[in-house]
Ligand binder design. Structure first.
Ligand SMILES: [Zn+2]
Length: 85
């Protein structure tokens, strides 16, 4: 799994019996270009996901992914200093 947005739309299963959507996973360890994610129940490492590249953000935004559209707006925002929260 190396596409952040596909990962977000997918589910994970752990050998401890936990399974659920990846959006429920809050237990992550982040690195410069990727993050590892862990089972919310037993903290077993479940996998590694790369952060989306700019073209992956654009592609997902064009498909209507709300998170990607938000990211893309930030990337293409030409008003630095104006923080919309
Ligand atoms: Zn587990």
């Amino acid at each position: 799994m190396n596409n952040y947005f596909e990962w977000k739309d997918s589910e994970s299963t752990c050998r401890c019996g936990w399974s659920g959507p990846n959006t429920e996973i809050k237990d992550m360890e982040t690195f410069a270009e990727l993050f590892e994610y862990f089972c919310p129940t037993c903290h077993e490492k479940l996998g590694i996901v790369s952060y989306p590249s700019l073209w992956q953000v654009q592609e997902a935004a064009e498909r209507g992914n709300p998170e990607a559209m938000h990211m893309w707006q930030k990337f293409t925002s030409a008003t630095p200093g104006e923080d919309d929260g």
